[in-house]
Every structure is written in structure tokens, then in C-alpha cells.
Design a protein around this ligand. Structure first.
Ligand code: LMR
Length: 394
């Protein structure tokens, strides 16, 4: 049966990660996969995570099953992190959160759930969007349509084009939005643009689905959630996929959550039972360790403060690098949009040939689309990277 299968190329982001690891040049620079890096180019374990793990190791009494919804303490803490601790959506029982294997698990379970609600569901995704959105959502049988998001000339949000296309969506269609730190462009909606999108969603009866993978890495935990919270407070139903990979640095622990918001508590209870059944038939239950770390941190004032301080340091470092990079590239051209964008990513707007030249000749790695992970820079490599970009652009 297997002999007819053709080999597939690796996912481009993961392939690039591997090629970088195999590159023996000591001065190589990784601006590829979206992991946070510190000034020394490492992706360290956060001190709050270390301490939470130490406490868990000492205090854990069982490895028994957690159940399809995962840990209730984690789910409640994540609900507050995303929606705010005083959210009426939590108080009124209109929100349930289930723990998932990473943000990817949340995206896929949401897609399977949507397919169950309505067999011919269409989901609108931004052009561009994170490449893995397409197989995660399309693989569940959802029809994918695209709305223009980034103006390829200015590399800023083309809001008029976005709204214009979404005017053509029909009631019951799903709109996927990036909560903050748009991947791959770094171009986020302003709060007033979130308000306009919310009005359109309300008027047309669309279902919003927000991917919140980078909360805390744009402008801060609260500011990054402002648009999402406005939307959640204005619509009867909504889905949110959240990831703890980046803001807790738990990448390999696969820690995420799916929030389901419904019009009433009783609708939410029935809908959640369906979602749990979807989960049971896919992977039965999520892994426990990463969520236990997050629950421990968010459940302890001292650890939470420590984590917030570390996260805020990461966020400030990215903002510093964004400004430094835009300045370093000023002699090459107008890259000021990098300083205005948020999160780890921006496009340089250079060709695939120039991207490959940067990799081959200078050991500087970025995605073929010219998406760079700004967090992979530091003040020492910045001049060399800027010189190399000038070299390939001349
Ligand atoms: C990225 O966009 O680089 C990250 O989200 C990592 C991944 O799995 O693609």
C-alpha cells in the first residue's frame, strides 16, 4: 500500500531550521524560524519556568490522565490572560477554554469543531498568513478563501482592501484574524481598525476566529489583547486559539488553548461537550507538563511577576532591535516600517534570489518570502546584516 506514495518536501520553515543547524559557518545568523532569541543568540528557558518546573518536580504526585479538556486551573488562568481577569464573558459562563497541544492543536480542533457545526464552512484568511494555517484549517475540510491584508508595495496593512473583500463574505463564514504580531508581516491592526472589523463582522453575521500566538511580545500583555477583547465583547460567538510557545518559551512542550465563546452559558455548555468529543476522537487528551508550568506561574503572585518581567524584557528587546534594524538599513532604503511593526516578524521585501544570496554568501538565514525574525538579531551582528543586505540589493 505504501509503495505508491511520493516523497514530500519538508515544511519550508522546518527545512530552513535544519539547514541552519547543519551550516558550520561560525558567524551564521538565524532570522528564520519564529523562536525568541536573547542577545547571545540562545533561546533560554525563562527563570519563572525553571522555578515552576522545580516546584512541580517536588510536588507532583501523579501522572494519571488529565482528561480531554486538560487542566482546569490552566484553562481558567488562560481565559483571564486572554480576555482579562474581570471579563463578563468569563463571569457569565459564556466562555470555555480547553487545553490543547500547542496553538496548532487549538487551530486544528477549532477547524474540526467548525466542520461539525456546519459541513460547508468557509474560513477567510489574510494574504499573507502563517503558512501552516492552510493545512491546519484546510485539512479539516474547511474551504479557505483569502482576504487581502498586506500591501506588497508599502508592506503596511491594506485596510480598505481587507474590508472590501470581507464585505463579500456570507453570514456564517469564519474570519481568521491574528490577535497581535501578525505572522508573517508584523503589520497589526490598530484599535480603531479592530473596531471597524468588529462592526463588519456584526453586520454581516460572520464568526471571528482569532489566533493569539504572540501575546506579550508586541507591546505588552494587555495592549496586545485590546483588539481581541473589544471584538469578544461585541459578538455572540467567537473562537480563540492561544499559544504559550512564545510568551512562556515552551515551544517543545506543546502548550496551547482553545477558547469557545457562545451567546449564552447553556449554549456554551452544549458546544463545549461537542468540542470535547472532537478532542477525544483526535488525540484523546493534551500533554500535561507545559500547562502545569503555566498554571504554576499564573497561580503564584511572585512567579507571575517574575514571568511578566522577563516577558516585558523580551518585548522591549524586540522593539529595540526593530528600531535599530530600521536605522541600520536607512542607507539602503526606507525600511522604517520595521520600526512600526510588532512582534518577531517583518518582510524585507527582497526577492527569493536575494534571500538565497544572503544565505549562500553571507550565512544569513530568512524565509524565502524574505520574512525575518527580528529577535534573531543583536547589536553586534546588525551592521554585518545591514551590509550584506546592501550588498545583495546593489
Ligand atoms: C514560525 O512561524 O516560524 C513559527 O510559528 C514556527 C512554526 O512552527 O512555523
Amino acid at each position: 500500500m505504501f509503495e505508491a506514495l511520493k516523497p514530500l518536501p519538508q515544511d519550508p520553515i522546518l527545512q530552513l531550521m535544519q539547514t541552519f543547524r547543519e551550516d558550520t559557518r561560525p558567524d551564521k545568523v538565524d532570522l528564520g524560524i519564529g523562536v525568541y532569541k536573547d542577545d547571545a543568540g540562545n533561546t533560554p528557558i525563562m527563570a519563572a519556568v525553571h522555578e515552576a518546573e522545580r516546584r512541580l518536580l517536588e510536588g507532583e504526585t501523579t501522572k494519571s490522565y488529565v482528561g480531554p479538556a486538560g487542566a482546569a486551573g490552566f484553562n481558567n488562568a488562560v481565559a483571564e490572560l486572554i480576555l482579562g481577569s474581570n471579563s463578563p464573558l468569563i463571569r457569565e459562563g459564556r466562555t470555555s477554554v480547553v487545553q490543547t497541544p500547542g496553538g496548532c492543536g487549538a487551530l486544528r480542533m477549532a477547524a474540526e469543531f467548525l466542520r461539525l457545526c456546519q459541513r460547508d464552512t468557509t474560513v477567510w484568511v489574510s494574504t499573507p498568513t502563517w503558512a501552516n494555517h492552510l493545512p491546519l484549517l484546510g485539512g479539516a475540510g474547511l474551504t479557505i478563501r483569502e482576504y487581502p491584508y498586506l500591501n506588497p508595495e508599502t508592506l503596511e496593512v491594506d485596510f480598505a482592501a481587507m474590508l472590501g473583500t470581507l464585505e463579500g463574505a456570507k453570514a456564517g463564514d469564519v474570519v481568521l484574524l491574528h490577535g497581535c504580531c501578525h505572522n508573517p508581516s508584523g503589520a497589526d491592526l490598530s484599535l480603531s481598525q479592530w473596531q471597524e472589523v468588529t462592526s463588519l463582522i456584526q453586520r454581516k453575521g460572520l464568526l471571528p476566529f482569532v489566533d493569539m500566538a504572540y501575546q506579550g511580545l508586541g507591546e505588552g500583555l494587555e495592549a496586545d489583547a485590546a483588539g481581541l477583547r473589544h471584538l469578544a465583547g461585541s459578538v455572540p460567538e467567537m473562537l480563540i486559539a492561544a499559544s504559550c510557545s512564545k510568551n512562556f518559551g515552551l515551544y517543545r512542550e506543546r502548550t496551547g488553548a482553545l477558547a469557545l465563546i457562545s451567546a449564552t452559558a447553556s449554549i456554551n455548555s452544549a458546544a463545549t461537550s461537542q468540542l470535547l468529543s472532537v478532542i477525544r476522537s483526535h488525540y484523546s487528551m493534551p500533554p500535561a507538563h507545559g500547562a502545569a508550568i503555566v498554571e504554576t506561574i499564573l497561580g503564584d503572585d511572585w512567579l507571575q511577576a517574575q514571568w511578566q518581567e522577563e516577558l516585558s524584557g523580551m518585548c522591549k528587546r524586540i522593539l529595540h532591535l526593530r528600531h535599530g534594524f530600521a536605522d541600520a538599513l536607512a542607507p539602503v532604503g526606507d525600511f522604517s516600517f520595521i520600526a512600526r511593526q510588532r512582534g518577531m516578524f517583518s518582510f524585507l521585501g527582497i526577492s527569493p534570489e536575494q534571500v538565497s544570496q544572503l544565505r549562500e554568501e553571507h550565512g544569513i538565514y530568512m524565509l524565502e518570502s524574505s520574512r525575518v525574525n527580528v529577535a534573531g538579531l543583536n547589536d553586534r551582528v546588525m551592521p554585518r546584516v545591514a551590509d550584506a543586505i546592501r550588498d545583495v540589493l546593489k
